[in-house]
Design a protein around this ligand. Structure first.
Ligand SMILES: C[S@@+](CC[C@H](N)C(=O)[O-])C[C@H]1O[C@@H](n2cnc3c(N)ncnc32)[C@H](O)[C@@H]1O
Length: 308
């Protein structure tokens, strides 16, 4: 059965050239999704190999179908947080390139029954991994006022977090995307609802990040994967909001800096040596043509490093 999976890969050329692919290299796509970036990576490989991971079985099924003729692609359904044990299981010690294209795919957002979007009325869900028991229903119906406020404020950077959380709790049980969207609208002044391009976006993003633990262990995973890169190996990470980008920027910076002693320390006592160089000091953003064609690319930032 053909699994339809719609997702336009973002900054495809920039990502592929940024990875500086060796035809005989070992590459890891931590978030294979519909395989748009992976297809380009595979085109550059001869004797090399690509490992493609995703926690969404739909993505793995779609890639199995799309790449059925590719014997140099290993697909793995799993969470990149567990990359250390996944690489051990696959008996892979070193990598020549790593790609992370963080967040959700268009397939996930546009599948009504996955309950990610306020554009469709559907049961709240938002799980990338459908085998995970914990969903958006648990977050909106079980969290305390403080917990819910904190999630919406921190992960959504939403200034009406308290009022939204309070109204969610008053209206429990909250079961559907439209119900949640209505509660969010009712929790902020009408002029704010009209002035924002999508009044619900920030809260939906916050709940999605919480459901999927999107920021958990991201820093540790990047730090670990840098240790796995061969000399000259590249890492390319695409982020879609400031919380993710901050984590990536910080992990890159630590690895690209010689001494991590507190400012003002007269001589270095930490002995830390940089292990990477940054290929781009400022994040790469999508061209204006791409932003016009694919609005999802507007918030994307690409950071690339190379192992020394
Ligand atoms: C933006 S899409 C990737 C799209 C892909 N680059 C393409 O060109 O089709 C992100 C994918 O990463 C997956 N994902 C997000 N967090 C993950 C994690 N921690 N472990 C594994 N997969 C993850 C999602 O399920 C989604 O399919």
């Amino acid at each position: 059965m053909e699994t339809e999976f719609k997702h336009i890969p973002i900054m495809l050329k920039e990502v592929t050239s940024g990875l500086n692919i060796r035809p005989d290299g070992i590459y890891l796509d931590c978030t294979i999704g519909g395989g748009g970036h992976s297809e380009e990576i595979l085109k550059h490989l001869t004797t090399g190999k690509l490992i493609g991971i995703d926690k969404d079985q739909d993505a793995i099924d779609a890639c199995k179908q799309r790449f059925k003729d590719k014997s140099n692609l290993i697909l793995y359904k799993g969470d990149f947080k567990n990359i250390e044990s996944i690489l051990k299981e696959l008996k892979i010690d070193k990598l020549d390139g790593v790609l992370m294209d963080l967040g959700v795919s268009s397939h996930q957002i546009d599948s009504k029954e996955r309950g990610f979007s306020f554009r469709f009325d559907a049961p709240l869900d938002m799980r990338m991994d459908k085998s995970q028991p914990f969903s958006a229903l648990d977050v909106v119906n079980k969290y305390s006022l403080n917990h819910l406020t904190r999630i919406i404020r921190e992960y959504g950077e939403e200034s009406y977090a308290h009022s939204i959380a309070l109204n969610i709790i008053k209206n429990r049980p909250v079961n559907t995307t439209k119900q949640l969207a209505q509660i969010i609208e009712n929790s902020m002044p009408k002029k704010v609802v009209f002035s924002r391009n999508g009044a619900h976006k920030k809260t939906f993003q916050a709940i999605r990040i919480e459901v999927n633990g999107e920021l958990d262990k991201l820093f540790e995973t990047i730090m670990f994967l840098i240790t796995k890169l061969n000399k000259g190996g590249r890492m390319a990470i695409l982020t879609f909001h400031s919380l993710e980008d901050r984590i990536v920027k910080n992990a890159y910076k630590i690895n690209a800096t010689d001494c991590l002693c507190p400012p003002g320390t007269p001589i270095c006592i930490c002995g830390h040596k940089k292990s990477v160089k940054l290929i781009n000091k400022k994040p790469i953003v999508a061209s204006s043509e791409e932003q016009k064609e694919n609005p999802r690319s507007t918030s994307a930032k690409l950071r690339i490093l190379e192992k020394l």
